[in-house]
Design a protein around this ligand. Structure first.
Ligand SMILES: [Zn+2]
Length: 171
């Protein structure tokens, strides 16, 4: 009798477990979408990533996505804006941004100021919403001036403005 009851209990738990698991996996994944500002100075020169070739050209329409043809990015740029990254994945690092931009900067050549504070090993740091990163690749004799100028361009207000602009979009 006890054995039967135990077996019954085990079956109920198993069914409940399977049911719970199925419910969990059917739940749509939380859509990740946040924004971070950045600028890059290479050998003292501000880099421009607003060119069309840096943009994710996925049309701004919902549905009818051809999944197979679409290249999924954890991160991309939109609307001809070269200094605000749209993050769509979990745990996306700054390295991803430069991979996306196809800029292969050696780690040792990169100095970065995140929200005005110098940050080491920045490429392996996770990007956060409204981060404002200024990156120096190589030497720059006017670093402080460039940090100040960048921080005036990529303000939080600016990032929010870009974010709102893309609101009608799925990405
Ligand atoms: Zn966006």
């Amino acid at each position: 009798m006890v054995k039967t009851l135990g077996l019954l209990l085990a079956s109920v738990m198993l069914i409940a477990g399977v049911y719970y698991f199925r419910q969990q996996s059917q739940k749509p994944a939380q859509e990740i979408h946040y924004h971070a500002g950045y600028e890059v100075y290479k050998d003292g020169a501000l880099q421009d990533f607003s060119d069309l070739k840096y943009m994710d050209m996925e049309p701004c329409v919902e549905g009818e996505k051809e999944e197979e043809e679409k290249e999924e990015h954890d991160l991309d740029l939109h609307d001809g804006i070269g200094n605000v990254a749209h993050v769509h994945g979990e745990g996306v690092t700054w390295r991803k941004l430069f991979e996306y931009l196809r800029q292969d900067y050696p780690d040792a050549s990169v100095t970065a100021y995140m929200n005005g504070v110098k940050l080491d090993q920045v490429l392996d740091k996770k990007m956060n919403a409204y981060d404002r990163g200024v990156f120096f690749v190589g030497e720059d004799s006017e670093q402080q001036k460039h940090i100040d100028e960048s921080m005036q361009r990529i303000t939080k207000d600016y990032i929010v403005r870009i974010e709102k602009k893309g609101e009608s979009c799925t990405k």
